[in-house]
Design a protein around this ligand. Structure first.
Ligand code: BG6
Length: 493
């Protein structure tokens, strides 16, 4: 009997998502999607929530006015027009793997078409070709928050099972055409976002007054679980070499005090916010803790006759997480709260914070990886992580520089903990740096908050040249990868 996990060289990567990066919303063949309609709001305490949880009124305002106003996702950071240059930058950086997503509405403008838009197909043909030619592996996210707006307005988003059929048509095309280029993929980015952020996650309109109906939220999530399993089933038939994953935002919860009540709250919060999706998608069943949670809230999931069997037989090959920060759970109303893109929590006095108030916790990443691996015993990818910070472009006579020492420190500390987790016995596949080229923030629609090792000259109002400049972290990351692979050669599979 062996206690060893496969010892692999970790893959180091970079990621973008279509809506935050590509732009080109006016390109022929692209339909408006759920990110296009999110307006920028100058930062106030409520701005992030307002632009993240959209009501019908806000969606109509965007569509009826022909997007009159500041809608940053329509321009992203002009990825489409910089595609060649950006892939060349990533090649120079030397990453092993590039994570990107496909814009569903660029292929299927309303989601209902039988065939994809030729312009959209031509664009992704080019992206796959460039990335493979540059020697990078592909980590594909089929949908990263954005879905065609028509599927929300006429079908009700993921609440309606008919969305599954439209999605499968999209997925089938992707695997038939590009399956041979894809190494790892996710049917959905951070699937637990549907619970925290139902507009982005499951395409549910927020009622004009009051909170979301939780029955609708969990029904929509169930439909995404079914869609994930069906995508895996079809991918295994069409493109069997791709590795399928699921992904959750991981918060590495701590109890605020050692009180039994805080500890129990931690367990209960964690079950629903973090483990539910992992248990269904990686272990293949609805865990027993959901029964009481659903009963007490009057939530009844309408299941198809074969849903549970489908879920049991089509679990994913690997699990992935995004990890930016840890969280503190408390039963009481315990003083100051931290900020975050999906959840806010009690401040942890042992940790420093980013300029946006996200608490920085590299050791938490090692803990999170250990805990998750104990639960799933499947390989784990850190599919996202990084530091959102303000950067300043320093222009001198003959060069442009961005000195982002804090990002270097953040990445360096997190990388060390990933390597430690691997030594702990966790089967880690790699770490992917989020927003490797600066992109629009998904939480707050800002440009001011940047994650990249490549700077893009643009501001919150869309002013700027959109020119690319390598930051100090670019040179640091490049050297880190080179040094690492001198010691550990990446596997050829
Ligand atoms: C993750 C999302 O939750 O967090 C990304 O998958 C997002 O799309 C990232 O950009 C960072 O959040 P934010 O709000 O700072 O962009």
């Amino acid at each position: 009997m062996s206690f060893e996990v496969p010892r692999r060289a970790l893959l180091w990567g970079g990621a973008t998502s279509a809506s935050q990066y590509e732009g080109g919303s006016d390109m022929v063949g692209k339909g408006p999607d759920t990110q296009d309609v999110r307006p920028f709001r100058p930062r106030t305490s409520k701005a992030t929530t307002e632009t993240r949880l959209l009501t019908k009124r806000m969606v109509n305002e965007a569509l009826d006015s022909g997007f009159n106003g500041n809608y940053p996702f329509r321009r992203g950071t002009e990825g489409i027009s910089h595609c060649e240059e950006d892939v060349a930058l990533l090649e120079d950086l030397g990453i092993d793997i590039y994570r990107f997503s496909i814009s569903w509405a660029r292929l299927y403008p309303t989601g209902h078409e039988r065939n994809p838009s030729p312009e959209g197909v031509a664009y992704y043909d080019k992206v796959f070709r460039l990335v493979r030619k540059a020697g990078m592996r592909v980590f594909l996210t089929l949908t990263h928050y954005a879905m065609p707006i028509d599927l929300v307005l006429s079908d009700g988003g993921w609440l309606n099972r008919s969305t599954i059929d439209c999605y499968l048509r999209f997925a089938e095309f992707v695997f038939t055409r590009w399956g041979k280029y894809i190494d790892y993929y996710l049917p959905f980015n951070e699937i637990n976002a549907g619970y925290f952020s139902p507009w982005n996650g499951v395409g549910l309109l927020k009622p004009e007054e009051g909170p979301y109906d939780q029955s609708k939220v969990f029904q929509s999530l169930h439909n995404q679980f079914v869609a994930s399993a069906q995508v895996i089933q079809l991918q295994r038939r069409i493109a069997p070499t791709c590795k399928s994953g699921c992904m959750v935002a991981d918060f590495c919860y701590y109890a605020n005090t050692p009180s039994p009540e805080d500890n129990l709250k931690l367990v209960k919060d964690e079950q629903i916010s973090q483990w539910l999706a992992v248990d269904v998608l990686a272990r293949g069943f609805y865990p027993s803790y959901t029964a009481r949670f659903f009963d007490e809230r009057g939530i009844k999931i309408r299941m198809g006759e074969n849903d549970l069997e489908l879920l049991a037989h089509n679990t994913c090959d690997f699990v992935s997480i995004s990890y930016y920060q840890s969280s503190v759970v408390s039963c009481g109303d315990d003083g100051p709260q931290t900020a975050g893109n999906l959840v806010c929590s009690t401040v942890n006095p042992y940790l420093a914070s980013s300029e946006w108030g996200w608490q920085i916790d590299p050791v938490g990443l090692r803990t999170a990886l250990n805990v998750l691996y104990d639960r799933v015993h499947k390989p784990i990818f850190v599919a996202e992580g990084g530091l959102g910070a303000r950067d300043r472009l320093v222009v001198s006579k003959d060069e442009k520089r961005v000195h982002d020492a804090r990002r270097i420190e953040y990445l360096s500390e997190h990388f060390k903990q990933v390597i430690e987790a691997q030594k702990d016995g966790v089967d880690v596949l790699g770490y992917i740096v989020w927003g490797i080229i600066d992109i629009v923030s998904a939480g707050s629609c800002e440009m001011e908050k940047r994650y990249g090792v490549v700077y893009v000259d643009a501001d919150d109002e869309g002013n700027g040249s959109y020119e690319r400049t390598r930051k100090d972290s670019f040179w640091w990351y490049k050297k880190f990868i080179q040094d690492y692979h001198q010691r550990e050669k990446p596997a050829s599979e």
